[in-house]
Design a protein around this ligand. Structure first.
Ligand SMILES: Cc1ncc(C[n+]2csc(CCOP(=O)(O)OP(=O)(O)O)c2C)c(N)n1
Ligand code: SF4
Ligand SMILES: [Mg+2]
Length: 444
């Protein structure tokens, strides 16, 4: 029998100001999770930005932290791909304003994401500026004479747009944890609007406490407690059923990549591929990352490319490791592939970090670069291997793998098949073959 989980908190102390209500809401969340005994790995806390955005690190669950106001979009993506996960958004009123459109659409779709709104009526983290929920007349750092706007009724907005579960309460509600648990177990989109205390700013400047909070709500004429519990079909399930109807069979589930190769990598191994945008740098790096996973390693990939995608650089930083990767930054590459002027401009900074242990693979244009690293000039034209710009990255990755042998070349081939459309994988396999052949010639 599985042991009972007594808490989903780790032993870190909350970082909030004395009296801040955020900790009370997180205690409620912990109570809910403990009541439901959910598998911590299958709980994803998606934290927004602000003081509330610090919250996920105090729980021993999975987590995702992104941009201000966008937490609902990340949560939607996670839930779409993995409907089996419990996806819980922790967002402030600032995030609800910035990402209001996302809230409405999540409600409209009725996707099974649960939003806990830490509604302290201001931007706490940045100094108490007014937000979309700041009451009329309230004093904040941006409304010193009193707010002349009126607050957004987030609860009514998501309700009228189709959310299955809507609740409003305060940090003073002792049964908050039970309501959070109820929202988690009810299918569909849920929003709990929890009126909260920012003691550093809003509460102190507006004399907000349990009593005045209650009065504020009554003056607005807004109800409290469970406001709506509906039974519209939850989005991810409905979408899958409808797609299965069109295809005539259930949708395929994402498949795990099963390791079937071995690698010589016995520590964190960093590879940077630096080329031009549109040069398939990222898909080549992806082949490398997936080949690593197929070889029993952990892999991370971080890409950088310009907003105007077909201009300028494209950089991919890949880490392969026998241990889980906790930090995805690259202090220094073990292998740097410098493939174009654009790549050089952006990733040239790594050159000065290379040591005699490291490798620089580059193109003839950079043959004269000074470096203490072991330098290899990839001269595909000299070897009569056609390598147009869009093929250069994949051919080079193939040559590097063949030359250094930290992964089996077959793993790269398999990675293409595992991640690309069959016709594209076949075409790319031929491109990769050119690099493997060149790498084999280099060894001789
Ligand atoms: C797009 C964007 N705009 C502004 C900021 C600056 N910023 C950081 S925290 C914050 C306020 C957060 O307020 P809220 O979401 O209510 O959370 P709280 O701090 O009150 O918990 C702002 C505006 C940001 N990080 N991103
Ligand atoms: S600034 Fe406000 S919201 Fe942030 S921790 Fe302090 S009291 Fe809480
Ligand atoms: Mg706030």
């Amino acid at each position: 029998m599985e042991a009972t989980i007594k808490t989903y908190r780790n032993d870190r102390k909350y970082p909030f100001c004395p009296g801040c209500g955020h900790g009370l809401i997180l205690d409620g969340l912990n109570k809910a999770l403990t009541k439901l005994q959910l598998d911590p790995k299958r709980v994803v806390l998606v934290s927004d930005i602000g003081c509330v955005g610090l919250s996920d690190q105090y729980f021993s669950t999975s987590a995702f932290h992104g941009l201000h106001g966008r937490s609902v979009t990340y949560a939607t993506g996670i839930k779409l791909v993995r409907p089996d996960l419990n996806v819980i958004v922790l967002m402030g009123d600032g995030g609800a304003g910035i990402g209001g459109h996302h809230l409405l659409n999540a409600a409209r779709r009725n996707i099974g994401v649960k939003v806990i709104l830490f509604n302290n009526f201001n931007f706490g983290m940045t100094g108490g500026e007014h937000s979309v929920t700041t009451p009329h007349g309230a004093k904040t750092s941006t409304t010193p004479a009193g707010n002349y706007e009126y607050p957004l009724d987030v609860v009514s907005s998501v309700k009228v747009n189709g959310a299955n579960y809507v609740w409003r309460g305060t940090v003073f509600d002792r049964d908050l944890g039970d309501w959070i648990a109820d929202a988690i177990t009810h299918p569909g989109f849920a929003l709990l609007d929890v009126w909260d205390l920012c003691t550093a700013y809003f509460a102190s400047n507006n004399k907000l406490n349990k009593r005045t909070m209650e009065k504020l709500r009554e003056d607005l004429g807004w109800p409290a407690g469970l406001i709506h519990k509906g039974d519209r079909p939850e989005y991810t399930g409905a979408l899958r059923r409808s797609a299965a109807g069109v295809r005539g069979k259930p949708l395929a589930q994402p498949k795990a990549l099963e390791p079937k190769f071995t690698s010589t990598i016995d520590r964190k191994f960093h590879v940077v591929v630096a080329g031009s945008a549109g040069g398939r740098v990222r898909s080549s790096a992806k082949a490398l990352s997936v080949a690593g996973i197929l070889s029993g390693l952990w892999a991370s990939q971080r890409d950088d490319y310009p907003v105007t995608v077909k201009t300028g650089h494209s950089i991919s930083e890949v880490i392969l490791s026998p241990e889980p990767i906790r930090y995805t930054g690259i202090p220094k590459p073990d292998v740097l592939l410098l493939l174009s002027q654009d790549g050089y401009r952006k990733a040239g900074k790594y050159l000065s970090k290379l040591t005699a242990e490291d490798w620089l693979f580059t193109v003839p244009a950079f043959a004269d670069l000074e470096t203490p690293a072991k330098k290899v000039v990839l001269d595909f034209a000299g070897a009569k291997i056609p390598a147009p710009g869009r093929e250069l990255a994949l051919i080079s990755v193939g040559a590097v793998v063949q030359r250094l042998k930290f992964l089996p070349p077959e793993a790269l081939q398999e990675a293409l098949q595992a991640t690309q459309r069959p016709d594209i994988a076949v075409a790319n396999a031929k491109v990769l073959e050119k690099g493997l052949t060149y790498g084999a010639q280099m060894e001789q």
